[in-house]
Design a protein. Structure first.
Length: 408
């Protein structure tokens, strides 16, 4: 049984810091209320205390009011203490966030670049025969591009990406294409089925949940071609380089065009599921589609995808579940740990086969990790699954397949 750890999400550090900020806001509100009471007491008692201030019978009351609302009165000091506490809590949250991000980014950056720099050595330990290494090459595409992170944008700008050409292949009437998902494991199983198709093949599955709402699930496989030269294959290296830099790609445009072709509107909820490069494309597509208002992408599930950098730009309305095998080099190749955000839940487990390809494989590594995720009672995971229940309770599904190519 695979043990997992969880970072971020509804029970992550950021969520708790958000709770702390809400408490700070309530304390500040209380401080304002105390100050208003102090003002009202002073205003309502001042007029007759001034006239009768020399009367001996009003002196005790005058002293009592002064002790309550004077410069050093109890209400005055209480209001000041509440304001100070609220400010201190907000400052503590800011300091914690800054320190947490700085330490994690520095550590993850060092580990990421170390992994990229020693990739060949790691592969040498994992694979002993030359032909096995070349079999694994498509699976380590993202690791190699991780070494280019300092030059991400200049390199990405130089990559010829062309335009997406989308062809509808038809309806998937197989058992896998006709089966409505009921769990995270089902989502990853169906992604593995789509991954067995041709280069650039994706699917759009339309379902109606128990609540009567129409939704769509898109399966986006990862890298399949190692060809570094400009070519028509959207699953090749060019997409990796551009997508890791956060730039749009012909693969992303093809995914969005397929949604339009399938009849999905901006009112329909959409879940994108991607492996490796497909997960990077899914995050980029969610970011761009939500910002433009073109599609209502509410959820993303990634498996073995390096999204630590690009996920920081995701709108808060997009809920992300990121599955990462700690034995897999690919999720670490961007040199950045996934940020701790309330809308990003990262599930990490170790499924080790001592093989670069197998450690990154959907069926061999990420299906077991998905099963462990489904068994978990972690609050962040449970929150994500509840939020995605409409995608996981449909009685039936209709799946259309599309072929995305690049026109140079």
């Amino acid at each position: 049984m695979t043990a997992i750890s969880v970072r971020g999400g509804a029970d992550g550090i950021t969520a708790h810091l958000d709770d702390l900020l809400r408490v700070a806001a309530e304390i500040r509100h209380a401080s304002t209320a105390v100050e208003q009471i102090r003002h009202d007491v002073r205003t309502n008692t001042a007029y007759w205390l001034i006239d009768d201030q020399l009367a001996l019978d009003t002196l005790p009351l005058h002293l009592a009011v002064t002790a309550l609302v004077g410069p050093f009165g109890r209400l005055t000091l209480t209001g000041a203490a509440l304001e100070h506490l609220a400010s201190a809590m907000r400052a503590a949250v800011e300091l914690y966030e800054d320190a947490d991000d700085t330490v994690l980014e520095s550590l993850a950056g060092a580990l990421g670049h170390l992994a990229a720099a020693t990739g060949a050595v790691a592969i040498g330990h994992y694979r002993t025969a030359g032909h096995q290494f070349f079999d694994a090459v498509p699976d380590v595409t993202d690791v190699v591009t991780g070494a280019l992170r300092p030059l991400d944008h200049p390199v990405a700008a130089a990559v010829t990406d062309g335009h997406a050409v989308v062809t509808r292949l038809g309806t998937d009437t197989s058992a896998e294409g006709s089966r409505a998902p009921a769990s995270i494991t089902d989502l990853i199983d169906e992604l593995a089925w789509r991954n067995a198709g041709k280069h650039g093949e994706i699917s759009v599955s339309i379902l109606v949940g128990a609540d009567g709402v129409r939704r769509a699930i898109v399966d986006i496989p990862g890298t399949k071609s190692w060809n570094p030269l400009p070519n028509r294959d959207v699953t090749s290296v060019g997409t990796d380089i551009r997508a890791l830099a956060g730039d749009d790609t012909s693969y992303e445009h093809g995914v969005l065009e397929a949604l339009t072709d399938a009849g999905i509107s901006s009112h329909d909820q959409v879940l994108l599921v991607g492996h490796s490069e497909g997960g990077i494309v899914a995050v980029d597509a969610a970011r761009d589609a939500v910002r433009s208002g073109r599609f209502n992408i509410t959820h993303v599930v990634t498996a073995g995808s390096p999204i630590g950098v690009i996920a920081r730009d995701l709108p808060a309305s997009v809920q992300v579940l990121a599955l990462e095998n700690s034995a897999d080099l690919v999720p670490r190749c961007d040199g950045a740990a996934n940020p701790d955000r309330t809308n990003l839940t990262t599930v990490t487990g170790r499924v080790q086969h001592y093989s670069v390809g197998a450690d990154h494989d959907i069926e061999k590594s990420y299906e077991p990790l998905a099963a462990a995720t489904d068994r978990s009672v972690d609050p962040s995971i449970e929150h994500f699954i509840r939020s995605a229940h409409g995608f996981l309770d449909a009685p039936a599904v209709a799946t259309s397949t599309f072929w995305i190519r690049r026109r140079l």
